[in-house]
Structure formats: structure tokens, C-alpha cells
Design a protein around this ligand. Structure first.
Ligand code: NAP
Length: 231
């Protein structure tokens, strides 16, 4: 039975790889992106007719999320994936030099937006069979790893972990599983060409792990292979 997945940031990187793999195996994908009609998504929509629904969505905008919700009215979702994310400036996010405007912007995308999206689309997830919400966090958000550098990015991923655990506890009694994932170090615009794995490897692992997960895994923080990561 095909499932319906909604992916934010579906137009490139890990989001696009998730979209491609899900379409290949016959699932339906709501491909949410700021520009869902151009580039790779336009090509995929032409090949997988009826399987891909482009959805215009800027995750930082209340208006955009409200319009996307109207566009999806009555459509149940089995799995909702918060994937859209940004890293912030590579040079000015250290203990001694901080770009505060950039820090706010990264929190808008990586922390506030995932909660805005799950609040808006919760009724769609409740109407579906899968009842899963996955957020692509990062191992870089692990406080237990006692990290250095990348203060903006790391703090945003630690914050989204906590935000989603609070959300997960709130929806536990509705039997919705809320999970956090590190996708691996992935060859994307963000990860760079020297990263460990391809977007397809990350997407395949994430899909396999999400498929095999349910309420027993709610409020877990794991990598794309399903291995637990220290908070
Ligand atoms: P990417 O190639 O840079 O793609 C980022 C995606 O997020 C793009 O689709 C981008 O859309 C979208 N996005 C950014 N701001 C948005 C907004 N306001 N509204 C809607 N979409 C927005 O990054 P990636 O490597 O695929 O990363 C995906 C996720 O994995 C992120 O959450 C990232 O933090 C996480 N992650 C990545 C790695 C890695 O090694 N790559 C490791 C750990 C975690 P536009 O094209 O419109 O900008």
C-alpha cells in the first residue's frame, strides 16, 4: 500500500534524494519547497505523474505555511519530514565572533520552522495511517559529544532536538511517533563534496529506519542507520 510522505526542502540535497527514492518505490510525495516547480522537481513530476505533488512552502513564513495547508486540505499524511535547514556563515559563528543576525536566521529555519510546520500539518498526520514525524537534525547538535566550533548551527540543532521532544511528549497519546535523525555527513551543498556518503545512501538509510519505526521509537535521536546518538 503506497504511503504519502511530505518532505520540506525537497528541491535539492537530502530532501530531493528522499523524494526520488520514495517515488521510485511507488509512494506519494508532497514535495514542499520555496520553488517546487523548477529544476529537479519539475523533471520528476513529469516522470512520476500523479505521484508527486509540488507544494510551495517557505517554512519561515506563517502566510506561506497557511497557504500550503489550504492547498493540502483533506489530504492525509503518513510521514511528515522536516528536512529544510541552513548552516549559517562559515566564518562568524565562533565563541569569540558572532553574527547575531545570522544566528536569528538559522533559528528561524532550523528551530522555529519545524514546530510551525508540525503544528500546521498535525491534523493531516492524525488523518493518516503512518502517524510519524521525522526531523532531520544533526549529530552536531549532540551536547553529549562535548563539541567545539559552529556555535550557530550546533545550538540550533540542540534546540530543535529539545523542541521536538516536548512536541513528541504532547502528541504521544495521539499515537504519533516523533523522531530526530542525523542523516550522516552527506555530499550536498551543505555537506560539501568531501562528505562521507551520497544523498541516495542517506535517503535510503533514513527511509529504511523510518519504515521500521513506530511508537517504541518516539523521542529517539538516531543516525540514518538507526544507531542511537547521545543527546
Ligand atoms: P542543502 O543541500 O543545503 O539543502 C537545504 C534545503 O533546505 C534546500 O532544499 C533549501 O531550499 C531548504 N531551505 C532552506 N531554507 C528554507 C526555507 N526558508 N523554506 C523552505 N526550504 C528551505 O542541505 P542538506 O545537506 O540537504 O540538508 C538537509 C538537512 O539535513 C538540513 O536540516 C541539515 O541541517 C541536515 N544535515 C545535513 C548534513 C550534511 O552533511 N549534508 C549533516 C547533518 C544534518 P532552497 O533551495 O530554496 O534554498
Amino acid at each position: 500500500m503506497p504511503q504519502t510522505w511530505m518532505i520540506t526542502g525537497a528541491n535539492r540535497g537530502i530532501g530531493l534524494a528522499l523524494t526520488m527514492e520514495l517515488l521510485r518505490r511507488g509512494d506519494h510525495v508532497i514535495a514542499a519547497a520555496r520553488d517546487p516547480w523548477g529544476g529537479a522537481l519539475a523533471e520528476l513530476a513529469g516522470v512520476h505523474v500523479g505521484q508527486l505533488t509540488p507544494l510551495e512552502l517557505d517554512v519561515t513564513s506563517d502566510e506561506s505555511v497557511a497557504a500550503a495547508k489550504r492547498a493540502l486540505a483533506g489530504r492525509p499524511l503518513d510521514v511528515l519530514v522536516n528536512n529544510a535547514g541552513i548552516y549559517g556563515p562559515r566564518d562568524r559563528q565562533s565563541a569569540f565572533d558572532m553574527d547575531f543576525d545570522a544566528w536569528r536566521e538559522v533559528f528561524e529555519v532550523n528551530v522555529y520552522a519545524p514546530i510551525r510546520v508540525v503544528q500546521a500539518f498535525l491534523p493531516h498526520v492524525e488523518a493518516g495511517q503512518g502517524r510519524k514525524i521525522a526531523t532531520i537534525s544533526s549529530r552536531m547538535g549532540s551536547i553529549g559529544a562535548n563539541p567545539g566550533n559552529a556555535l550557530i548551527y550546533r545550538s540550533s540543532k540542540s534546540a530543535v532536538n529539545m523542541a521536538m521532544v516536548v512536541f513528541g511528549n504532547a502528541v504521544r497519546e495521539r499515537a504519533i511517533s516523533v523522531m530526530l535523525f542525523h542523516p550522516g555527513w552527506v555530499q550536498t551543498d551543505m555537506g560539501g563534496s568531501g562528505a562521507d556518503i551520497t544523498p541516495a545512501e542517506s535517503a535510503n538509510g533514513l527511509i529504511r529506519t523510518i519504515d521500521a519505526s513506530g511508537m517504541a521509537e518516539t523521542n529517539s535521536f538516531r543516525d540514518y542507520t538507526g544507531e542511537a546518538i547521545a543527546w
